[in-house]
Design a protein around this ligand. Structure first.
Ligand SMILES: Nc1ncnc2c1ncn2[C@@H]1O[C@H](COP(=O)(O)OP(=O)(O)OP(=O)(O)O)[C@@H](O)[C@H]1O
Ligand SMILES: [Mg+2]
Length: 235
């Protein structure tokens, strides 16, 4: 057996181990989330301190659920079930979820969504996970501006119609020498990052014939964009 065979075997084992770990964590986590939802509903009946405590638990649980979802998307091969998705609707859900995180670092997520875009074939929850990952990165980019921008628009790309979705920040940007690393599994420059966000985005998007790319200037900001290649019969 060659060294690369041994490494592949180890990686496969690691993949299986994390998949089963994620599976085991998921159930108690959902139970926790359900109980917290109940506590949130009765928040007005408890003291301000207790209400704050419930809010913190909720945030931590949401973060955990998000990480678990990334791990699960990373290790699983998907069934490739598709449904017709409206990119703007999913974007609005993502922005709604992220707006409160953004406001904690004094940021506002400004949207500019072209109306009446054609629908794309995707899985809504996977598309949401992609948007959440990219918007999260933009929020975490140590912005100097007080806004980040999320846009969607239809464009003619080499004679083919393509929907572009993009998120732009005016943050720290990415150094030239780091640009080739950012899509590597587990690459992170953050203290609390897992380095899976972009890997998961790339994997999910390529499964659905969409492409992820970026432009970035160190200390100026970054723009991550997705190209959704349209199925001609939908146009
Ligand atoms: N908008 C951005 N601005 C600057 N750097 C970015 C941006 N998006 C990604 N990066 C760089 O790419 C790295 C990998 O991103 P990725 O989303 O995969 O992992 P992470 O954000 O570090 O952790 P996780 O997403 O798992 O919490 C980041 O650590 C950061 O160095
Ligand atoms: Mg990330």
């Amino acid at each position: 057996m060659s060294n690369s065979d041994i490494l592949n075997n180890k990686l496969q084992l690691l993949g299986k181990l994390s998949a089963s770990l994620v599976h085991e964590i998921r159930n108690p986590l959902f139970a926790l989330k359900l109980n917290l939802d109940y506590l949130t509903n009765i928040r007005s009946q408890v003291s301000e301190d207790a209400a704050e405590s419930i809010r913190s638990c909720e945030e931590a649980t949401d973060r955990l659920m998000f990480i678990i979802q990334n791990f699960s998307d990373f290790t699983k091969n998907h069934s490739l079930e598709t449904e017709l998705c409206c990119i703007n609707d999913v974007t609005k859900v993502a922005v709604n979820i992220m707006q409160s995180n953004a406001s904690k670092v004094n940021l506002y997520i400004q949207t500019d969504l072209q109306p009446n875009l054609p629908a794309v074939y995707f899985q809504k929850d996977k598309l949401l996970q992609v948007f959440l990952n990219l918007i999260t990165n933009a929020i975490e980019a140590e912005n100097t501006n007080d806004k980040i921008f999320v846009r969607s628009y239809l464009k003619n790309n080499n004679g083919k119609k393509v929907i572009f979705w993009e998120v732009e920040d005016y943050g720290i940007g990415i150094k030239t020498e780091d640009k080739e690393k950012i899509f590597d599994d587990f690459y992170t420059s953050k203290k609390q990052g897992t380095g899976l966000g972009l890997s998961v985005c790339k994997k999910l998007l390529s499964e659905y014939n969409a492409e992820l790319d970026f432009e970035s200037h160190y200390k100026k900001g970054s723009k991550f964009f997705i190209k959704f290649n349209l199925n001609e019969k939908l146009l």
